[in-house]
Design a protein around this ligand. Structure first.
Ligand code: GEK
Length: 242
């Protein structure tokens, strides 16, 4: 059965409220993210590759901001035996759908899905932490501490996968990437109205950093290796190894 279509911003709205991960978004989220984030499917595949390579038996693996569980499922399907998967999201609507999705998956890895703010999540004995398009929604000034706590909770050799929408210092690069991203969305069926209303809703909610800020922050947090492993337009993915 096809995923329900995202039409959240399809009709003109008299005023645009700040974007929230509520029931109406959770209901259509898979379609929304697939048609909005170039490279999303490839990042999910990459998570599977990393799970197989870096998952350590007897450790915990965290998916922070797990939404409907797309990354969580990739982890469960590709981790070696003996890992415990922890999915975390602070949206009730997401957690309830995620729990239902995970219950239909019969991979061996044990798991729990927590309704929790990731800023409260206790990270310990971890071999993998995933922040797949989540850090961008956390207040900018708190991101440094979050990465430091993640690095502290990882075992040596453990990894962080960080995928984010990014911005560019150079204004022509910023303008070109923004235009191409909107073209990508149009080609995936979004109208100009949907694109502009969603953009307004995300204005003070999704705050992007530059790639340099991400690299620096990961180094400062204690990762000894920081590599950009993917970029599609204004969406970048970094791998940090402790
Ligand atoms: C995927 N990773 O499909 N604590 C916990 N969850 C949060 C917080 C927070 N402080 N802030 C936001 N979220 C997923 C996609 S979506 C990305 C991640 C997007 C959650 C929020 O409720 C939402 O479910 C998720 O982070 C971001 O692989 O919408 O672009």
């Amino acid at each position: 059965m096809a995923n329900p279509k995202d039409e959240v911003y399809s009709r003109p709205m008299p005023s645009i409220e700040a974007f929230r991960f509520d029931q109406s978004v959770a209901d259509v989220f898979q379609d929304m993210i697939e048609r909005s984030v170039p490279g999303y499917g490839l990042v999910l595949q990459l998570i599977g590759v990393l799970a197989e390579k870096y998952g350590q038996p007897g450790t915990r693996v965290y998916d922070l901001g797990c939404s409907l569980g797309a990354s969580t499922l990739q982890l469960r399907r590709h981790l070696p035996d003996g890992c415990h998967v922890v999915g975390v999201d602070n949206s009730e609507a997401m957690v309830s759908r995620c729990t239902a999705n995970l219950s239909r998956d019969h991979s061996a890895a044990s798991y729990e899905i927590l309704l929790e703010d990731l800023r409260e999540t206790n990270i310990e004995n971890a071999s993998i932490v995933i922040l797949n398009f989540t850090l961008q929604f956390v207040p900018d000034e708190e991101r440094k501490n979050i990465l430091a706590r993640i690095c502290e909770g990882l075992n040596v050799g453990g990894i962080l996968l960080l995928a984010e929408k990014v911005k560019f210092e150079n204004s022509s690069e910023q303008a070109l990437m923004t235009t191409l991203h909107h073209d990508f969305k149009k080609q995936h069926g979004y109208s100009d109205l949907e694109i502009s209303q969603k953009r307004a809703a995300l204005e003070n909610v999704l705050i992007p950093n530059t790639e340099e800020q991400h690299r620096q922050r990961m180094h400062d947090a204690g990762f000894s290796v920081v590599e950009q492993c993917m970029r599609c337009l204004n969406f970048s993915t970094f791998l940090g190894i402790k």
